[in-house]
Design a protein around this ligand. Structure first.
Ligand code: 1HE
Length: 281
């Protein structure tokens, strides 16, 4: 994918910083960024290409008052799909979201407004979620006579637990604010807009070595699909590759020489990184 191609999506805009931080913006605000079949294909194409096109971290943002309203219900109603075609469509959702989760590039979701239904499934595929005061999470499929089809039974259940997800679907329960962070739907809650914080986190992640980020943003997810016994074996293999990479030698040499920064808690003077996270200083 070249710079020229970055603008060639109907439902997304893509902006790439020189430092490899991309901002991908869902851009159907008039539909509240509902995902029609074409938007899902745009996500597949973008997140398939990004790891090989120099993206070192991606912020996933959204235009308009809401992050994402989930499945395009109007398209779904108009197309009057049969079970086989919806089954196939769901597999494309999985392809898109698996590209995000397993692609090896950190994806930070900058959330606002409604993050509901398939919109929550999309957000759950990201590695880090930043919420603002307007953000709210729900799975309204239960009330709409539908069921989740974009991976919520895997990712949302993992984030919040089966009991909470079941409650969300049975009763339409909405989570927001500190409670949403506490139950695991977001890792950060900010007072102002979520985008600057997400960009800050993305820049911080982009400063890591790409092979290390590849392991973080693929191996952790793959290993949760394995038995603990097999995951430990796979982890040793991944560490064998990542922890011996030539690109890490300078960082290790600096630590051995006593010149590398140390890990400090948040609020320590000179701590690098984003407010409230602590880090190296
Ligand atoms: C849509 C959609 C949509 C809005 N598909 N067109 N998802 C839901 O059940 C969420 C459905 N949407 C809503 O509850 C609300 O629209 C919102 C809370 C997201 C936003 O409310 P609001 O007042 O800002 O906007 P609105 O007036 O409701 O919507 C503006 C337009 O966007 C309107 O079209 P218009 O022609 O009347 O202007 C809406 O029809 C349109 N719109 N949401 C299509 N979802 C793989 S399975 C996944 C399962 C699911 O995701 S089920 C869907 C769950």
């Amino acid at each position: 994918m070249t710079e020229r191609d970055l603008g060639s999506f109907d439902s997304l805009t893509v902006a790439a910083d020189p430092d490899g931080v991309w901002t991908v913006t869902l851009n159907r605000p008039e539909r509240r960024n509902a995902l029609d079949a074409a938007a899902v294909e745009d996500l597949v194409a973008l997140f398939s290409a990004a790891p090989r096109a120099g993206a070192r971290a991606i912020v996933l943002a959204a235009a308009g008052p809401h992050f994402c309203a989930g499945l395009d219900l109007v398209e779904h109603h108009r197309q009057d799909r049969d079970p086989a075609s919806f089954w196939q469509l769901c597999l494309r959702w999985h392809e898109a979201f698996n590209r995000i989760e397993y692609g090896g590039v950190p994806v930070i979701a900058a959330l606002h407004g409604a993050v509901v239904g398939g919109g929550l499934e999309l957000a759950a595929a990201a590695h880090v979620r930043v919420a603002d005061a307007t953000t709210y999470f729900a799975l309204p499929e239960g009330q709409r006579g539908l069921f989740t089809g974009g991976g919520a039974t895997i990712r949302v259940a993992e984030l919040v637990g089966r009991a909470r997800m079941t409650d969300m679907m049975l009763t339409g329960r909405v989570y927001q604010g500190e409670e949403a962070v506490r139950v695991g739907l977001a890792q950060y809650l900010v007072e102002g807009p979520s985008l600057p914080k997400a960009l800050d986190l993305a820049r911080r992640a982009a400063a890591n070595l790409p092979l290390t980020n590849f392991a973080i943003c693929s191996a952790i997810s793959h290993m949760r699909n394995m038995s603990a016994f097999d995951a430990a074996y796979a982890e040793a293999a991944v560490a064998g590759i990542v922890n011996t990479q030539a690109a890490a030698r300078d960082r290790l040499a600096a630590f051995a020489a006593g010149t590398a920064p140390r890990v400090r808690p948040a609020g320590t003077e000179g701590t690098e990184g984003t407010e409230g996270t602590g880090g190296l200083s």
